[in-house]
Write a protein that binds this ligand. Structure first.
Ligand code: NAD
Ligand code: TYD
Length: 340
């Protein structure tokens, strides 16, 4: 498939979406991006610094559940393809309040699929997560044909969206596909997620709240490696297929937090074990053989240097962090962590 002229990228003011917009403006000079984002608590125009003046990037504040708006954008900008990053993305918030997760992740995806079909958009890529597969024991890894067994309201809503994508392919012959990535880290990540949260707390000499025994395992990928995979799948992936995205960096949370503390020169006494997350998935690990062998993708960032760069990035952007943590974040943080 040749590169499309205009892409609708949703959720492009969030962590991965903003990194993707920046990546694509650089990597694909013939592509114009219409970026639709509701600017929820997680969306931040500061994440798009340097991109907002680019004539190939049009930012639109709006909701993916708004079918009139989505239809209008597809028609007005003659959109060739959609990449859907927009989502409620945080497991802990989905436990506190699951309704918006169903609204955005399920209804929003359905709205986009329906509008894409009506406007005869050529390709639809759904950005999903390895969390739809549930949790692993000490061995093995998720393949694309692993059973879908979501355990949190977040992952259940993402799994529902994936099923809708599959249904539109089979029922309507739509050209659509899905990526399922493991945990991302890198610049512009909202500090409710573990890595930026721990960096922020450590730089302020505040306790680092590790859930349970700290031995849960996540399989980390640098956000830019994920962005490269997304673009490769969008251009070269086969319709109707799922592609796992992972870089083979399994670490316990305790290992990650110790690495962060070492990079910052802070003591391990800052680690505080707190009550576990309800239903906490024990281990994720991705088998990305299909993406590697079919599409030739390889990760470029090794975990140790990726973490070092990431810690340095947050230390270099104290204003970005401080602005976030002085807003709604305070109330959220108190609700979640006090009493744990
Ligand atoms: P994020 O929470 O940082 O950003 C989400 C963005 O979507 C925000 O800018 C927000 O304003 C926007 N948004 C939310 N609801 C919206 C709505 N109804 N309409 C329009 N915009 C809306 O999330 P992220 O970490 O960048 O994740 C992006 C995507 O990647 C999500 O679909 C997520 O499920 C998936 N994913 C994330 C990870 C990860 O480690 N962060 C891993 C695998 C998959
Ligand atoms: P998170 O970044 O929320 O991603 P996900 O739940 O989607 O994997 O959490 C990553 C891991 O870190 C997960 O095992 C939960 C754990 N965690 C903590 O121990 N403490 C924290 O404060 C947070 C936010 C997460």
């Amino acid at each position: 498939m040749t590169a499309p002229q205009t892409l609708l990228v949703t959720g492009g003011a969030g962590f991965i979406g903003a990194n993707f917009v920046r990546y694509l403006l650089d990597a694909a000079p013939s592509v114009r991006i219409v970026n639709l984002d509701a600017l929820t608590y997680a969306g931040n125009l500061a994440n798009l610094a340097g991109c907002l003046d680019d004539p190939r990037h049009v930012f639109v504040r709006g909701n993916i559940t708004n079918s009139e708006l989505v239809g209008y954008l597809l028609q007005t900008f003659e959109v060739d393809g959609i990449i859907n990053f927009a989502a409620e993305s945080h497991v802990d918030r989905s436990i506190l309040g699951p309704v918006t997760f169903v609204e955005t992740n399920v209804k929003g995806t359905l709205t986009l699929l329906t509008a894409a079909r009506e406007a005869r958009v050529r390709r639809f890529l759904q950005i999903s997560t390895d969390e739809v597969y549930g949790s692993l024991g000490p061995t093995g890894s998720f393949r694309e044909d692993s059973p879908i067994r979501p355990n949190s309201p977040y992952s259940a809503s993402k799994a529902a969206a994936d099923h809708l994508v599959r249904a539109f392919v089979h029922t309507h012959g739509m050209d659509a596909l899905i990526t399922r990535s493991s945990n991302n880290y890198g610049p512009w990540q909202f500090p409710e997620k573990m890595i930026p949260l721990m960096i922020h707390n450590a730089r302020c000499d505040r306790p680092l709240p590790l859930y349970g025994d700290g031995r849960n395992v996540r399989d980390w990928i640098h956000v830019l490696d994920h962005c490269r995979a997304v673009w490769q799948v969008y251009r070269k992936g086969r319709s109707g297929e799922v592609y796992n995205v992972g870089a083979g960096n399994e670490r316990t949370n305790l290992e990650v937090v110790r690495t962060i503390l070492r990079r910052l020169g802070k003591p391990e006494s800052l680690i505080q074990f707190v009550a576990d997350r309800p239903g906490h998935d024990r281990r994720y690990a991705i088998d990305a053989t299909k993406l590697r062998s079919e599409l030739g993708w390889r990760p470029r960032v090794d975990f140790e240097s990726g973490i070092a760069q990431t810690v340095a990035w947050y230390l270099d952007h104290p204003d970005w962090l401080d602005k976030i943590v002085s807003g709604e974040y305070r109330k959220y943080y108190r609700t979640l962590y006090e009493g744990r």
